[in-house]
Write a protein that binds this ligand. Structure first.
Ligand code: SF4
Ligand code: SF4
Length: 449
């Protein structure tokens, strides 16, 4: 098979679901839990207080910071509480808890007449992305307006990323298959916003239906091309995709803009098209609910703030899961509560049986087989990172470029010793981040005194 980047794997997994029909619109629950952090950057501050009545699409959280994203009400109803709640990142986070009145009374902004997409300027498109609170919906969560405003005039190629971020997930697949027109419109808006020359929509070749739908939507648009790539994980990673498509290396610590590329998830692009047209903010999204113990695994369209338990109940679970992940099998994060809510970056929920969770597989010492090194798409040495993680040796982790780890989980997947490598590297990066922040504060404190 043709291979467009180093390493990677092609896991033989079957999510037992299809996207023949559009994603089912899950009814909004009675209570929704809307975290004030659903993006990279500063947390939003609540703009409402307990007891306030809110309308569907009303802005209920925002911040002044340069890097942040607004939060909007996914239903109309009453603010019941603003309190700490479970977050899919594995911690708790302040959340606005809304009681749904079942009426979906829209905010006034949503009643304005639709806008003509062709008439919007680049600045207006960036403002629409900011107003709608759009972030990277593939999992990165970076605010789209910030990405766009920092890239104007520097981008040659806009790439819409339709390479699903993980095996078993079909959320983007469903968007491309059933909303191809919006994906293409969103891509053209992004291209105009940053004044890029071309737009490429990248899709893996195991999704011929999505490729056909996108080709039809892009027919007659010479500046748009749909590119089918050999299916290989983690092609959906930004740096990997740039390498696979453009044959350019994004330098360590830099963004794809450094090599003239802007990457945007296909669902984020479709959401931008809708926000530009109707002013509808990001208040709902596709979520794949997968796992062999579900009677009816499927892609659902759920409001932000809906607890995982509501999505799982709709998919007819045969028994409680041994392990529940937010995300897919490679990068997913284990959850300790079924009441954790869907956020802007949750693209999948995976329920695992005892056997699948490898709950009984014991770890052994590293046997120096080298599989992790062979498969790491970022050309790192996970076995040495493992060694220095165990020693807590942060300078060595830094020297071995742990910052370049894209947390794809391939090393963990490949390791015959069942070592939790990805989890160790996430912790290592967290510790390094803490150490750097402390050093910065000491330096700033020293300057002031
Ligand atoms: S998780 Fe990091 S170290 Fe492991 S294979 Fe992926 S990029 Fe390499
Ligand atoms: S795959 Fe596991 S056992 Fe093999 S070298 Fe890497 S860490 Fe060691």
């Amino acid at each position: 098979m043709q291979q467009l980047f180093h390493g990677g794997v092609h896991p033989e997994v079957d999510s037992l679901l299809t996207v023949e029909a559009p994603a089912f619109e899950l009814p909004a629950p009675e209570l929704l839990y809307i975290p004030l952090i659903q993006h990279k950057g500063a947390a939003a501050e609540p703009l409402v207080k307990v007891g306030d009545q809110v309308r569907l699409g009303q802005r209920i959280g925002d911040a002044e910071a340069a890097v942040t994203a607004a939060i909007h009400a996914p239903v109309s109803g009453e603010v019941r509480a603003i309190d700490a709640w479970h977050h899919p990142d594995g911690d708790t986070c302040p959340a606005i808890i809304l009681e749904n009145d079942g009426r979906d009374t829209p905010d006034e902004a949503l009643l304005a007449p639709p806008r003509d997409l062709d008439a919007l300027t680049g600045e207006e498109i960036i403002k629409a992305a900011r107003d709608a609170g759009i972030v990277g919906m593939g999992g990165a969560g970076f605010p789209l307006s910030v990405k766009l405003s920092g890239s104007v005039g520097q981008i040659e190629t806009v790439i819409l990323n339709g390479c699903e971020c993980e095996p078993m997930l079909h959320s983007d697949h469903s968007v491309m298959r059933h909303h191809a027109d919006k994906v293409v419109q969103g891509g053209l808006l992004l291209r105009r916003a940053v004044q890029a020359k071309e737009l490429i929509i990248a899709v893996e070749d195991n999704k011929p239906d999505a490729i056909a739908a996108l080709e039809q939507a892009a027919a007659g648009l010479p500046q748009v091309s749909v590119r089918a790539l050999p299916t290989r994980y983690p092609q959906g990673g930004e740096k990997i995709l740039v390498k696979a498509l453009l044959k350019r290396e994004v330098p360590m610590g830099k963004l794809p803009a450094a090599v003239g590329a802007l990457i945007c998830n296909v669902d984020s692009a479709a959401t931008l098209a809708e926000a530009c047209r109707s002013r509808r903010p990001l208040i709902s999204r596709n979520v794949t609910v997968a796992g062999s113990l579900l009677g009816k695994p499927q892609v659902l369209h759920a409001r932000i703030g809906t607890p995982f338990s509501a999505l799982i109940a709709h998919c007819e679970p045969k028994s409680p899961p041994r392990k529940l992940l937010s995300g897919g099998p490679m990068m997913g994060r284990a959850q300790y509560s079924m009441e954790v809510p869907v956020t802007k970056t949750v693209s999948g929920i995976l329920l695992m049986t005892e056997e699948e969770a490898r709950a009984v597989a014991p770890t052994t010492n590293c046997i120096r087989c080298g599989r992790c090194v062979k498969n790491c798409p970022m050309l790192l040495s996970p076995c040495y990172l493992n060694f220095y993680s165990d020693l807590g040796n942060l300078p060595e982790l830094e020297r071995l470029n742990i910052d370049n780890c894209i947390e794809c989980g391939i090393c963990t997947y490949s390791c015959p010793a069942h070592l939790p490598l990805l989890q160790k590297f996430r912790l290592g990066k967290l510790e390094l981040g803490k150490q750097r922040r402390a050093a910065k504060q000491r330096k700033e404190g020293g300057k002031q005194s």
